[in-house]
Design a protein around this ligand. Structure first.
Ligand SMILES: Nc1ncnc2c1ncn2[C@@H]1O[C@H](COP(=O)(O)OP(=O)(O)OP(=O)(O)O)[C@@H](O)[C@H]1O
Ligand SMILES: [Mg+2]
Length: 247
């Protein structure tokens, strides 16, 4: 475990600013879908005309990815409906592993070590799978971005606290300065060149609507830990047995 916290923050209740942002984002998503539909139509037209294998290969990439963008946008639009949760029982470990699998390219590119310390008996939680996955992804991507290539270690730990499942996502990256820690859930706050500052405000909304409490601890130069406590959720069972693995 990292000897972290010099600063910690319990996620604040969403400010007016944060409440407003999902609607703005929904409008943005809606507008992006229109030109995307044109790209799809044009690509379908082209598909009837081209003959060379090389051209087909690139056209396939365009079509596949514009379908993917459209699916992502459709998912996003659904998650912006504030009270629309699609609750089902899911395993925290399975959700986390699904997110890790799609983050694998980025982890490998920076040669980041991932260690998992999961409770042996899994926790089933009643949550909206898509929202949880978006939240986990944003936290993990931020961690990857904060860590140096070749030296990064991402620790994923599940434990039980007061009978509630807790997930800790910990990195040994640049850390967050105390004055910034208060800002990180605000829309458009970013310290990254090229960052939009939207990942954590979305994450905040997604977790809050699933009754997940967020605690952030960070020490500049040492790393950051996102601690998620699953409140008010049904769970299958908890045991204190720990299983460890390094991937
Ligand atoms: N694990 C982390 N380590 C260090 N800083 C972090 C970490 N997670 C978040 N931050 C800080 O919080 C800020 C806000 O994060 P957020 O995900 O909202 O935006 P972003 O990553 O800058 O941009 P994007 O919209 O592309 O996600 C980051 O710019 C960074 O300063
Ligand atoms: Mg981000």
């Amino acid at each position: 475990m990292l000897p972290l916290p010099s600063t910690s923050l319990r996620a604040l209740p969403p400010s007016k600013e944060i409440k407003k942002s999902p609607h703005q984002l929904a409008a943005l998503v809606h507008e992006v879908r229109n030109p995307l539909a044109n790209v799809n139509l044009a690509a379908e037209m082209l598909a009837t005309m081209i003959t060379s294998d090389d051209q087909k290969l690139y056209l396939d990439i365009i079509m596949r990815n514009s379908i993917r963008i459209n699916n992502v946008l459709t998912d996003m639009l659904r998650t912006f409906q504030p009270d629309e949760n699609h609750l089902e029982e899911h395993s925290i470990h399975e959700l986390l592993d699904e997110v890790l699998a799609v983050s694998m390219d980025r982890l490998r590119l920076k040669n980041i070590i991932v260690t998992k310390k999961y409770l042996k008996r899994d926790n089933k939680i009643l949550v909206d799978k898509l929202k949880l996955k978006i939240a986990f992804t944003n936290i993990i991507i931020n961690a990857i971005e904060a860590m140096p290539a070749e030296k990064g270690v991402l620790n994923l730990v599940t434990r039980s606290e007061k009978g509630k499942p807790v997930l800790e996502i910990k990195d040994n990256g640049v850390g967050i300065a105390k004055e910034n820690l208060k800002q990180i859930f605000k829309p458009y706050f970013t310290s990254r060149p090229g960052g939009m500052g939207l990942g954590l405000s979305t994450t905040h909304d997604m977790l809050e609507s699933n009754h997940v409490q967020i605690n952030v601890r960070s020490a500049p130069g040492k790393g950051t830990s996102f601690i998620l406590s699953f409140e008010g959720v049904r769970q299958g069972g908890i045991s204190h047995d720990i299983s460890s693995s390094v991937i």
